[in-house]
Design a protein around this ligand. Structure first.
Ligand SMILES: C[S@@+](CC[C@H](N)C(=O)[O-])C[C@H]1O[C@@H](n2cnc3c(N)ncnc32)[C@H](O)[C@@H]1O
Length: 297
């Protein structure tokens, strides 16, 4: 899809992006699952004479990456290192007999029963989606507090940084009649979240954007957020702060942000500043769950 004035078009990973491609440039992802999905898609859809150039920092590269590429290409060579970086060059695509991703799994946890009305959800995860087809421990801790989520009728709910869409799906089941929007900047997450919601019969609108930047002001009653603490290979709290600022902007007066984070990150002052009065709802040495309320003007 192209937007006005944008010289690039954006496609999900698949034939629309790759059909006929003779050169594919890739920044090597950290996760082998993500690399596997990309390599299989390139091998299946690009031209027969495609060259895949996959670059990365030597310190982040492992031999397992060569193995993943070798399972999809007949020739894989590593370049010499240059300024601490190296290229893996793959040629001779070998389309897989079946794609490894997305994976679909059943996730069972007692924490789901309260909000979702069932202990088991079907979760769909593309290779690059956070936690794959499993339930993250932080997400589970946030779900464990759901008895204290606000009682709302037909609310507007946002899942910021939705990953595979478990929180959005649970919210749609918890609040029948809700308008639930899930957003993530990752195309793999967006595709996963849409598939997870559909697999559980949940009505969720999924959008791809940066930290909910396309959501309208004062449009949400409840925001759920398990923010990232990595940006690719580096630890980073930038996206979490962006998401808290978005929550402060998109919540209506009296609306609530429920978030979970690693306890040592001590986000409460930032939440107070960017959203409003913030309470520690639950805490253990690893995770903290907070509720922040957007005050009246
Ligand atoms: C810790 S995961 C949580 C995923 C999901 N909500 C869950 O609980 O399983 C954080 C998510 O934030 C997404 N993310 C990271 N930076 C982002 C940004 N700037 N804008 C939107 N999403 C972002 C990641 O792709 C990832 O899916």
């Amino acid at each position: 899809m192209a937007s006005a004035g944008d010289p690039f078009t954006h496609h999900a990973l698949g034939p629309g992006l790759l059909a006929g491609a003779r050169v594919v440039l890739l920044q090597l992802p950290k996760s082998l699952a993500e690399l596997t999905e990309i390599a299989e898609q390139v091998a299946a859809h690009a031209a027969d004479d495609v060259t895949l150039l996959a670059g990365g920092r030597v310190k982040h590269m492992t031999l397992a990456m060569n193995d993943v590429l070798a399972s999809c290409f007949t020739l894989v060579q590593a370049s010499r290192a240059r300024q601490k970086s190296r290229l893996l060059v793959a040629r001779g695509p070998r389309p897989p007999a079946a794609f490894s991703y997305p994976v679909t799994g059943e996730v069972s946890a007692p924490e789901l029963a309260g909000p979702a009305g069932r202990e088991t959800l079907t979760v769909v995860g593309h290779g690059a989606a956070f936690a794959g087809a499993t339930l993250d421990v932080g997400t589970r801790f946030l779900l464990a507090q759901s008895a204290r989520w606000p009682a709302l009728t037909d609310p507007a709910v946002v899942d910021l940084g939705c990953g595979t869409g478990i929180l959005a799906t649970v919210a749609a089941l918890r609040y029948p009649g809700a308008r639930v929007v899930a957003t993530d900047r990752s195309a793999a997450a967006v595709a996963s979240a849409a598939a997870t919601a559909a697999a559980n019969g949940a009505d969720v609108v999924v959008l791809r954007d940066d930290a909910g930047s396309t959501l309208p002001d004062a449009s949400a009653d409840l925001v759920l957020c398990n923010p990232p603490f990595h940006d690719r290979t580096a630890l980073s709290t930038d996206a979490a702060h962006l998401m808290f600022a978005t929550a402060g902007r998109v919540l209506r007066e009296g609306g609530e942000l429920w978030t979970v984070f690693n306890t040592p990150l001590r986000y409460r002052p930032a939440l107070e500043r960017l959203v409003g009065p913030t309470e520690h709802v639950a805490q253990n040495p690893k995770f903290t769950v907070t509720r922040s309320i957007r005050p009246s003007e």
